[in-house]
Design a binder for this molecule. Sequence first.
Ligand SMILES: [Zn+2]
Length: 321
Amino acid sequence: MLPLQQQLTGMLVGVLTAVVLFSTANAQHGGWGYSSDNGPATWPNNYPNWCNGQKQSPIDVQSKSAVQKSFPALNFKGFDTPPADAQMRIKNNGHAIQVDLLSKTGKTDNYQISGGGLPGTYNVLQFHFHWGSEHTVNGKRYDAEMHVVTWNSKYPTASAASTVTPDGFAVLSVLLEATSQTANPGMQNIVSQLSNVANKGMNYTYPTSFSVNSLFPADKANYWRYMGSLTTPKCNEVVVWTIFKTSLKISQDQINALKTSCYFNSAGDQDQQQLNNNYRTTNPLNGRTVFDSSNTSGVPQLAPTVLALVIAVLSSTALQL
Ligand SMILES: [Zn+2]
């Protein structure tokens, strides 16, 4: 070969090697997403430990198969009024819109959850949104879902907790439904800042923190509980899930804003893909139990058949008198 041909061949090999290495690195390190080439169907192969596991999330909650169980009340610390040194930062992480709950003084216990049958006291890290919802209920997919991610304070760090099966993390899930005629005030704290986080890597620090509780339904006593995983790679099977039965009602304008304001890509990327449909499809239960909290603020709930039986017994008793 002529020297020039050799040089060109060498360059071509170099470029091809770089492309292959980049593709491999992309698949192994944060290269997952929600498109056909890197989406949920590819995760079990690309992240066999854990995405290929038997206790994966999300699931379809079959309400009739859920087992009734009474749990003590859930306790929320810092959710109503933001702690004095709290700092909230919204960001586009390339997969979802997330709000980090930070502390100006480095505290990890500003926001906590406990009780509710949780195996410990959990520190809150962040909350983020998927649209549509990841969990479905009796096959129904909601417009969106909020995940509040927390880690068990009995472990030294969130990172350490993230590998501990089965109780390292607890995630609270709120299902969002675009059925309100008016904008939800809590959700407006998110929607109003979407233009500041349009692209991957962008973030915005709120000058004033808002109440996390403003993103929750009033009824936090009724929920489903099961043991599962993170819903994004590496899908660690370390999560105690709590899915509130009452959805948060937001407006159609608010869900439209989520669907159209942001991109999976960094600013300046050639092929901008709208950040939408960032949910994992549901996974088999594989024998797991979904519990149905039967907390009803002291009002006992009787299943219709039981109620009918009670009425029948009372009636027959009355007839005998
Ligand atoms: Zn999530």
